[in-house]
Write a protein that binds this ligand. Structure first.
Ligand SMILES: *Cc1c(COP(=O)(O)O)cnc(C)c1O
Length: 363
């Protein structure tokens, strides 16, 4: 197949075509360098300029102040499930977890291996179709941190605003909505995001951490697991994932050039999501969205058809129309359309046209 499809994969996911073309063009020889990005030292001046620009662009897009460090790590979202409690959990204290879906549960599972945890809210009884109101949270004011998942990639629920956690630092897994909208950074102690949903290829994870929290990292931690070590070494303690960071840098430039700022990008993302949700709501129950309307994700739109048989048929026929990777996560079934930053509105419109036609034929 040589024609590019509309790729609705949940991750690794669609990247901007302009970025891919630039990567292709520069693969043999990075301009002014005489070698490929794959061939140069992570300590070369050329690569340091790239990692510094990537960090500066992320800072500028999210208005991150100097009270925070921006780190580029490996190990994906999953390693952060361990690193966050290893570094932030104070001896004798416990951490609060707000469970709004599968990723939050996975984060808690790893944290339990490290130390004491509490569940401050559990959406399991609602089949993870909604988020808690602040009043429903049972937060421990002594907790070392409160952990949330800003966007649950599998169930398709997304916090519209941060829960109020008082003086307790908020730690957030933003793996599937990082750089998709502006954030009130000062509400967070720590934000982490693997790159492969919205900001680049697999292989790099971005951590934004408030500098005062770095003093919690115990020197006895294995070096790689210690945020302070990475911060002191500007993310170059070991060989950084040079290629993924290079692509992240190109993606941040693309966001700036294409949208200007994250407010504009968020508007575009909202418009895409609304196009799809409007179609679900107009289908008279043929398509049933999973999330309650107030908690719907702008990134992962999850829904069901009247039967598993129709769901399989939908996914298969969509693929033949160039609408790829719409199968829901194996744990929840149904359909999931991931419509990250790089998914054009035209892709969403093509999906909506297909949905109308499919419902007409099978409704
Ligand atoms: C994809 C994802 C992860 C897992 O990331 P890995 O890089 O595979 O470890 C964690 N949290 C969320 C919200 C995700 O979407």
């Amino acid at each position: 197949m040589t024609q590019r499809v509309y790729n609705f994969s949940a991750g690794p996911a669609v990247l901007p075509e302009k970025v891919l073309l630039q990567v292709q063009e520069e693969m043999l020889c990075l301009p002014g360098v005489g070698a490929s990005i794959l061939e140069i030292s992570h300590r070369s001046g050329e690569f340091i300029a790239i990692i510094e620009e990537a960090a500066a662009n992320i800072r500028s897009l999210l208005s991150i102040s100097n009270d925070y460090d921006v780190l580029f790590l490996q190990g994906g979202g999953r390693l952060q499930f361990s690193m966050v409690p290893m570094n932030l959990l104070r001896p004798g204290d416990s951490a609060d977890y707000i469970l709004t879906g599968s990723w939050g549960k996975n984060a808690l599972k790893e944290a339990k291996k490290v130390g004491q945890t509490r569940v401050a809210w559990d959406g399991a009884e609602f089949d993870f179709d909604r988020l808690p109101a602040d009043a429903e949270l049972s937060l421990d004011p002594q907790a070392s941190f409160v952990h949330i998942t800003s966007n649950e990639t599998i169930e398709g629920v997304q916090f519209a605003a941060e829960p109020e956690t008082g003086d307790v630092p908020l730690a957030c897994d933003a793996s599937s909505d990082f750089l998709s909208r502006p954030l009130a950074i000062d509400k967070y102690g720590l934000i982490y995001a693997c790159a492969q949903k919205n900001v680049g290829p697999a292989g790099v994870t971005i951590v934004v951490i408030r500098k005062d929290l770095l003093s919690r990292s115990d020197a006895k931690l294995p070096g790689y697991m210690n945020y302070q070590v990475h911060a002191e070494n500007d993310s170059l303690w070991n060989t950084a994932p040079t290629f993924p960071i290079y692509v992240v840098n190109l993606v941040t430039r693309w966001i700036r050039d294409e949208f200007g700022d994250l407010t504009k990008l968020a508007e575009a993302n909202r418009a895409k999501a609304a196009t799809l949700y409007d179609e679900l709501d107009a289908s008279e129950g043929f398509y049933r969205g999973h999330a309650v309307p107030e908690c719907r994700s702008m990134m992962n739109v999850t829904f069901r058809l009247p039967s598993d048989e129709l769901t399989s048929k939908f996914v298969k026929e969509a693929k033949q129309e160039g609408l790829d990777a719409l199968k829901g996560h194996r744990s929840v079934g149904g359909v999931r359309a991931s419509i990250y930053n790089a998914m054009p509105l035209a892709g969403v419109e093509a999906l909506v046209d297909f949905m109308k036609d499919f419902a007409r034929r099978h409704g």
